[in-house]
Design a protein around this ligand. Sequence first.
Ligand code: FA5
Ligand code: MG
Length: 411
Amino acid sequence: KLIRKYSTSVAKENPSLSNFKFPTDDFSNVSPKILSLVGKNLHNKEFHPLCLMKKRIMQYFYAAYRGRTGKPIFSIFDDLHPMVTVEQNFDSLLIPKDHVSRKKSDCFYFNKNYMLRAHMTAHQVELIKMGLDNFLMFGDVYRRDEIDSTHYPVFHQCDAVRLFHREQLFDLIQTEVFEKNPTIESKVKQKEHSVIACREIEQQLKVTLEGLARCIFGNDIECRWVDAYFPFTHPSWELEIKRNGDWLEVLGCGIIRHAILQQAGAADSIGWAFGLGLDRLAMIQYSIPDIRTFWMEDPGFLIQFHNKSPKDKVTYKQVSIFPSCKNDISFWINDNFEENDFHSLVREIGGDLIEQVQLIDKFTHPKTGRKSRCYTIVYRHLEKTLTQAEVNEVHKNIEQTAEKVLGVIIR
Ligand code: FA5
Ligand code: MG
């Protein structure tokens, strides 16, 4: 029912998707508001801070990696459409059928076969299949997530792949790249790879990414490597950067699973891949305190970046700071209650007025066993002062829709 409502208003709000009819099923959960953001392509908008950050990364790779003839070796893709198959986003990357990241409460599905990509890695296999060895992909990605100053349901990622052919790496390390008799996987390597080959790729990957971090943030930046897990790489790491005294994760990376390369027709290769959040890097680089800022249409925002080059130092000055308004909401929940459904609903109704949704209390009635939740919703308009009446109207709408759609009972 919801989807029928959605798909009709989608047509109105997003002309490029207006002729697009998709069969709905019980996976369908894309909303008009989300679809209205498809095609904004902030990363391709000249002088937008996300575009400047994209160019900064491209420049680094152009300068650091040149072929024999002096040409850059990395190909760039920045207009891959965000609608992908579930097979691209998950199966092609060996993500198990029951993996948590596939949950309806975490992704935007058109239906059980099509979705808005949740990471740029969704395109990795198709590009390797095309025969590319070195490439960068930039694009918008979509996740149902909590709401605060560093999370937004649409953000931007840069993914990269670098492959070495067996002979190419052999020349470098002077020893076998692949195990003759693959036995078992260890913490430090996949079963198919030799220890030395794996070390060499790890080394190259880490040097490349530390170099990128220094190129963007300067030589004084503090960063650290943390062991990580991704189904499509092994071993895997995350790079964290120190910001205002706290460690912030900016990227995930690792050595590409051999099984993926085999399926993609590159069985004689070994290589690395990474995926990083452009929004987070741009927030650090330009001192942008809130991820919603990127979506502001206010010229006072974009003017600050106009005619800047990717290497220029810009410190964002908040266009102005308008006061926030807080309202609590508390309700009884049933067993099907999913926190992210509530977050999405709040975002759907409140749009960019929503600064934060914070769980402040969980309660179970001692006699009846009924459970309740209480959240504080922080409202703030980035471009004007909200009146209490405006906030109350949105808040009321959230309460009523939560009762209708999530089956909760307002207390
Ligand atoms: C991934 O998306 C993997 N595809 C990355 C990868 C690619 C690993 C290739 C190995 C090989 P993750 O979900 O951690 O991983 O997201 C990667 C980066 O995107 C994070 O480090 C962070 O910088 C950014 N990011 C993740 N979630 C958000 C969010 N909600 N808002 C803003 N940035 C985010
Ligand atoms: Mg992560």
